[in-house]
Ligand binder design. Structure first.
Ligand SMILES: [Zn+2]
Ligand SMILES: [Zn+2]
Ligand SMILES: [Zn+2]
Length: 593
């Protein structure tokens, strides 16, 4: 199916967004359904799925509590009976951070008010039933359209059971069962027309901000500039030029010189308590990762893993030296002792502890986030080992940390210093440009993260942190999609000796250094991202003053064809650097002979 880019107004979407942002409407299922329809009409089935899911949740809650007699669908009495007291008892459970019945019950009582009002003074039952059916069908349709056939089929089967007379579910079920379920969904990759948070990367203001505030923390000898790079095609032709940002030397950088050292708060470690890595900076504080739990994947004898892991490249020794003392969070430890599934972070220095506390930890402290870490640990092995890109469940950790920063600092998740300048989507929509999209990764898992952090999925509010600043539209599916695009575009992952992802991070400056198969700088990330000039000690100048720093995104010992294949995804086409062109020419001349 070809989805044309609708150039028409997003007025209807803006209006619905404004209504939903009004706290009084946060639990109105009809508004979520209406916005899901509007998204679908504008060729955003992925966003439609996110809203349809919220409508389905709300109608499910109403149904559950009215079936149990705790909620009345007409105006004939007060909304509930003894249930409220029970609900209040369970408020205690909220302290532990689980999404409790009390929260669902509250959402249901709010949602039913909207339905009763819509039904006049009469019975809201017919309206509820219609709404349940419409929301589920919209979810099913949206999932099918975005390419999540497996989930579309599952929800369609549910629809057939619950609404046997309804049209639509059977068709989608049949189509979903016939479809090849291999690849998951694909969504449009663009700066959404209503996204006012994306900076104009090439403006003097943006470049000035990077050079004034971001660069000085990591280097005193480079600066960011706008640069024209060839627009690459998969067939190794140059289609033209396109603007990028690049990093340039302000003075000569000599071979072996450490020229950049970038720390990022948007670093996640899969096992902050036992993995031996600092939860803030990702540096190793314990010499080697010691498996702290029974192995989740059976390792066959002969599947040798060198104890202590593969030796990393020698460096200035900064990271492997175990610090004298580590720091943990006492409150998290207490919560864990009380049986809450909290994660006790270990930090390698007072600096790391203080930064974590200032940037994000208050939003994670004592929250039941261990299941989200466990999922990232579990999916580590095979899926991720093949690429340096972290996999889906690791993105969930990056997402959770970005959300925690937003809550702690009272800043929209796309306005954070750590996310704003990450490159994820081209400034102008490239037709047919798509990005992998997963129901779990982009919608359902995100609802799980919001619940773990104690953020109300509908109102966007948090009971104790930054209640005044966090808004429902901070956590919308389009915000999630934009963050995932940025993570996919720029995040790097690290495996431990057992082939499991132990850490992932997004570094702004690192992401701005462009590629060349004959690099003049090399990088290594052991928590801190470090760049140094290429060439042995004393072999001269690696990067001349005014020249661009270029690193290699792949193993540059590979032949050019393999290099191009490897980097097709991250470069958007075949590499056309001078080394690739030279080797391609040599290859062709050899063939002629
Ligand atoms: Zn640290
Ligand atoms: Zn804590
Ligand atoms: Zn190349």
């Amino acid at each position: 199916m070809t989805v044309s880019s609708p150039a028409t107004s997003t007025d209807a979407l803006d209006e619905l967004a404004a209504k939903l942002a009004d706290g009084a409407n946060a639990y109105d299922p009809t508004l979520y359904l209406a916005r899901a329809r509007a998204y679908l009409a504008q060729a955003y089935p992925d966003l439609a799925a996110g809203d349809a899911y919220r409508a389905v949740l709300l109608t499910d809650y109403i149904r559950d509590y009215s079936d149990e007699g705790d909620l009345l669908l007409d105006d004939s009495g007060v909304g509930n009976s003894g249930r409220e007291e029970e609900g209040e008892d369970e408020e205690d459970g909220e302290e532990e951070g689980r999404r409790t019945d009390a929260e669902e019950f509250y959402a249901a009582t709010q949602a039913v008010l909207h339905l009763r009002r819509a039904a006049g003074q009469g019975d809201a039952e017919p309206l509820l039933e219609q709404l349940e059916q419409d929301s589920l069908l919209l979810l099913v349709t949206a999932l099918k359209e975005v390419g999540c056939d497996k989930q579309a089929g599952e929800y369609a089967r549910l629809g057939v059971q619950r609404f046997p007379k309804a049209r639509g579910f059977r068709e989608v079920l049949g189509a979903a069962e016939a479809a090849d379920k291999g690849n998951g969904g694909r969504a449009r990759r663009l700066v959404y027309p209503w996204n006012s948070h994306e900076p104009d990367r090439f403006s003097a203001e943006a470049v000035g901000h990077l050079n004034g505030l971001i660069v000085p923390r990591s280097s005193d000898c480079v600066e960011v500039r706008v640069v024209n790079l060839p627009l690459l095609s998969e067939a190794a032709e140059v289609l033209g030029e396109t603007k990028h940002l690049g990093v340039f030397a302000k003075r000569d950088i000599v071979a072996g010189e450490n020229c950049m050292r970038e720390e990022s708060a948007l670093t996640v470690v899969t096992d902050p308590a036992e993995g031996g890595l600092c939860e803030y900076c990702g540096c190793r504080w314990r010499k080697e990762a010691v498996p702290s739990r029974p192995k989740l994947v059976l390792r066959l004898p002969g599947d040798a893993v060198a104890e202590g892991g593969k030796e990393r490249k020698a460096d200035d020794g900064e990271d492997d030296a175990a610090p004298a003392e580590t720091f943990a969070c006492d409150l998290c430890a207490e919560a864990e002792a009380e049986g809450i599934e909290a994660v006790v972070p270990i930090w390698c220095s007072p600096h790391c502890r203080d930064m974590a506390m200032a940037k994000y930890h208050p939003a994670l402290c004592s929250r039941p986030i261990a299941p989200i870490h466990r999922a990232a640990l579990r999916q580590s092995d095979a899926q991720v080992a093949r690429s340096s890109q972290p996999g889906g469940a690791v993105y969930a950790l990056l997402m959770m940390k970005a959300f925690a920063m937003a809550l702690t600092q009272g800043v929209h998740p796309l306005e954070l210093e750590e996310t704003k300048y990450l490159y994820g989507v081209p400034p102008v929509e490239v037709l047919e440009l798509r990005i992998g999209w997963g129901w779990e990764e982009n919608v359902r898992g995100v609802v799980g993260i919001l619940e773990a952090l104690g953020i109300d999925v509908f109102s966007g509010k948090h009971p104790s942190l930054s209640t005044e600043v966090s808004r429902p539209d901070w956590w919308d599916t389009w915000v999630v999609n934009t963050l995932v695009a940025k993570f996919r575009g720029t995040a790097s992952g690290r495996l431990n000796a057992h082939g499991e992802t132990e850490a992932a991070a997004a570094h702004t400056l690192y992401s701005l250094v462009n590629h060349d198969c004959e690099p003049n700088v090399r990088w290594e990330c052991a928590g801190i991202m470090r760049f140094w000039g290429v060439g042995g000690e004393g072999s001269g100048i690696a990067v001349k003053e005014g020249h661009e720093l270029q690193s290699c995104y792949c193993d540059n010992s590979l032949p050019y064809k393999e290099r191009r294949e490897w980097m097709m995804g991250c470069l958007g086409g075949a590499c056309m650097c001078s080394r690739c062109l030279r080797e391609e020419k040599e290859d062709k001349e050899r063939e002629k002979r």
